[in-house]
Design a binder for this molecule. Structure first.
Ligand SMILES: Nc1ncnc2c1ncn2[C@@H]1O[C@H](COP(=O)(O)OP(=O)(O)OP(=O)(O)O)[C@@H](O)[C@H]1O
Ligand SMILES: [Mg+2]
Length: 416
């Protein structure tokens, strides 16, 4: 293979020293836009070029890989002018270097694929789990088993990357508690474990606009997690009345269906939770979700049909045109009525239910976990006209859930 020169300037200096780190477990975490995903993508391409390493790159949900980490790696290959050396196969989810070493992408939700895949040559020396806070500990343990065999001289690595959304997370307990990590630390390293904490300040490629967005964050929790990269401690969460279960075995009892659609496109995802309502027990079972950016109304119509057929969907009435288009494509959809103060009253109504979320609905779990009242810099809840204000962020599925239960809320008072 011909010699490829990669200039150190293409890397953020905060990460460059870790290009060849051999620690068994490597944790790259911290604030938003700190350069984690790009660096780890660069490292994967660099390792493939050098040969001897194969990567298994995972996220919890397989279909989210293509728009994120697969795209980052493809971009590195393009930016470095290496198209001729790599074969990118989108349908298989593989990238193969001309020396035979490869990256394989897989969702942890595809258990069969995870069990059966092996690289063409050698073993998976590297497993990288992107957005690792989406995963549970057991899935990661299973993954490590996929690293058996291969050349004993090449150190095996498990790399985890994520934002530190919640200090109660198993990742914190497992890797941070035991070394008595403090937030002032930036790095920890022993044979088994590397931890590198980064923030936007470590990313020299950010635009001034990106920086001022992050520096302008006033909510204490979001500032802690996404600006400063500190482990999140949620005080003022809105929903604590929910839990995760495996609902697969119950699915034939789910007859009292509700679906609500919040439209997104480029920045925000289109989001639709599907649930069953057990009215007598005031219990909502969320068992399916759509959560995807870049969905056209055509794709949305197909996805909704495949998921719930002709059952009713309540959509965000702010997007009358999309509702109309979906109707024309045969979807049984109508706009939410939205009464005055509908957000707050919807929240209060949902707080009085028990919400059970299927384990596959990762995005619903994330939203419920993080949805919170807006706080000022000292952590006090912000009020407007005497009412607490929810943070208008990461609430797409929750908005959809509110729309879908609008009629059930009429026991309340605003349609009276
Ligand atoms: N080495 C680099 N070269 C060029 N641009 C970069 C580089 N590293 C980061 N960037 C730019 O900074 C942006 C943010 O980086 P990246 O997506 O890697 O952050 P992140 O830490 O993964 O953020 P998040 O926590 O939000 O996932 C990228 O979209 C890219 O535009
Ligand atoms: Mg990232």
């Amino acid at each position: 293979m011909k010699q490829v020169d990669i200039h150190s300037e293409v890397f953020n200096p905060a990460y460059y020293p870790y290009l060849d780190s051999a620690n068994r477990v490597q944790v790259f975490y911290g604030g938003a836009s700190s350069g984690k995903s790009v660096f780890l993508s660069q490292r994967a391409v660099y390792d493939l070029l050098n040969g001897g390493r194969n990567y298994l790159i995972c996220r919890q949900i397989g279909r989210t890989i293509r728009g994120s980490v697969a795209q980052e790696i493809t971009k590195v290959i393009t930016d470095w002018g290496l198209h001729g050396l790599f074969q990118i196969n989108k349908t298989d989810g593989t990238i193969i270097c001309s020396n035979g070493y490869q990256v394989i992408f897989a969702g942890l939700d595809d258990v069969e694929k995870i069990k059966s895949i092996t690289p063409a040559k050698g073993a998976f020396t590297d497993i990288w789990v992107e957005e690792a806070t989406e995963t549970d500990e057991r899935a990661i343990k299973q993954l490590i088993k996929r690293q058996r065999g291969g050349d004993a001289k090449v150190p095996k690595r498990l790399t985890l990357s994520f934002n530190p959304i919640l200090q109660l997370h198993w990742i914190y307990k497992r890797y941070f508690s035991q070394i008595a990590w403090t937030e002032e630390q930036k790095e920890y390293s022993d044979d088994n474990l590397l931890i590198l904490k980064t923030t936007y300040k470590d990313n020299k490629f950010l635009t001034a606009g990106d920086v001022s967005d992050l520096e302008g964050e006033t909510d204490k929790y979001f500032r802690d997690v996404y600006t400063l990269g500190n482990w999140g401690v949620l005080g003022n969460v809105i929903f604590t009345n929910w839990r995760v279960e495996d609902l697969a075995a119950m699915s034939d009892q789910f007859t009292n269906h509700r679906a609500g659609l919040d439209f997104g496109f480029s920045n925000d995802p289109s989001a639709m939770p599907v649930s069953h309502y057990d009215r007598s027990r005031k219990t909502i079972y969320v068992y399916k979700e759509i959560y995807e950016t870049g969905m056209t109304n055509d794709v949305m119509a197909e996805t909704v049909k495949a998921m719930i057929g002709n059952k009713e969907v309540i959509g965000d009435s702010a997007d009358a045109r999309s509702i109309n288009e979906l109707q024309n494509k045969g979807i049984n959809i109508r706009g939410a009525k939205k009464g005055p103060d509908s957000v707050l009253h919807g929240i209060q109504w949902l707080q009085q239910q028990t919400i059970i979320v299927d384990k596959s609905c990762i995005n619903m779990r994330n939203e419920l976990q993080q949805y919170k009242w807006k706080e000022d810099a000292s952590g006090e809840i912000v009020h407007r006209n005497g009412d607490p204000v929810p943070v208008d962020r990461d609430n797409h599925l929750i908005d959809g859930l509110r729309y879908s239960y609008e009629e059930d809320m009429t026991d309340g008072w605003w349609f009276a």
